[in-house]
Design a protein around this ligand. Structure first.
Ligand SMILES: *Cc1c(COP(=O)(O)O)cnc(C)c1O
Length: 224
């Protein structure tokens, strides 16, 4: 099947409230052009320099989402144009994004990445770290970032109940922030995004309240 056919097949299964991030990491720009021609405008990358060079050569109305772990020192490559950073996991990174956003005279939208999986080696904050961060004075002082939601990755397992339980936990945390059960220095009108679900688990994620899914291999084929 072609990229356009894959995209259409996935779009047909999406609830109208869900945004699709086409994860094009490691894939050539020609693949992105194919998806773009089929109407896709949001693309996800996980390497800052790769995102930068693709953004330079591809159409300017593409929304670029950083989905992978971001090292502070590489923030500068994407700060001028990135539309959403999904993977913020500490205050020092937020401060660097804030600084680079200010230099570019813009506000950068970010999601906080929450650790929900049972397995090791996934990045993200736990619930308590999220609460501490959002209620801190250091966070309050950042004027060039806007926290618009949360992101999480479930355990890589065939056990649907484990995956569903992890997504449920993230939705509960999202709702607690949204309903101010957890105190947070956030503009609640803008706090709207719950990014969860990939090729293997996005249907479960949607059932559990996701409104942004990140799909790579089901659109572009498997990665090496
Ligand atoms: C690579 C990646 C995806 C896409 O994974 P697929 O299984 O190919 O759909 C989604 N989210 C993050 C954070 C990723 O790193």
């Amino acid at each position: 099947m072609s990229i356009a056919e894959n995209l259409n097949q996935i779009k047909n299964t999406l609830l109208p409230t869900v945004d699709l991030v086409a994860v094009s990491k490691t894939k050539p720009s020609s693949f992105i052009e194919e998806a773009y021609a089929a109407g896709q405008r949001i693309f996800g990358e996980n390497r800052p320099q790769e995102m930068k060079s693709k953004a330079e050569e591809l159409p300017k109305d593409i929304e670029w989402h950083m989905i992978g772990h971001l090292q502070s020192k590489k923030t500068k490559y994407i700060a001028p144009f990135v539309s959403l950073i999904h993977s913020v996991d500490k205050l020092s990174l937020l401060q660097e994004i804030n600084k680079r956003a200010a230099q570019n005279e813009r506000v950068i939208n970010v999601l906080l990445q929450v650790f929900i999986a049972k397995e090791e080696s996934k990045f993200g904050m736990d619930e308590q770290e999220v609460e501490e961060l959002l209620s801190s004075e250091d966070f309050k002082a950042l004027e060039n970032i806007c926290v618009v939601g949360l992101m999480g990755m479930a355990t890589n397992t065939n056990d649907e109940n484990v995956v569903r339980g992890e997504f449920k936990d993230l939705k509960i945390l999202f709702d607690s922030i949204k309903n101010s059960t957890i105190p947070a220095h956030i503009n609640m009108e803008k706090f709207t995004v719950l990014s969860m679900g990939m090729s293997g688990d996005y249907k479960i994620a949607m059932e559990e309240g996701s409104n942004m899914i990140r799909i790579g291999s089901s659109i572009f084929g498997s990665r090496d």
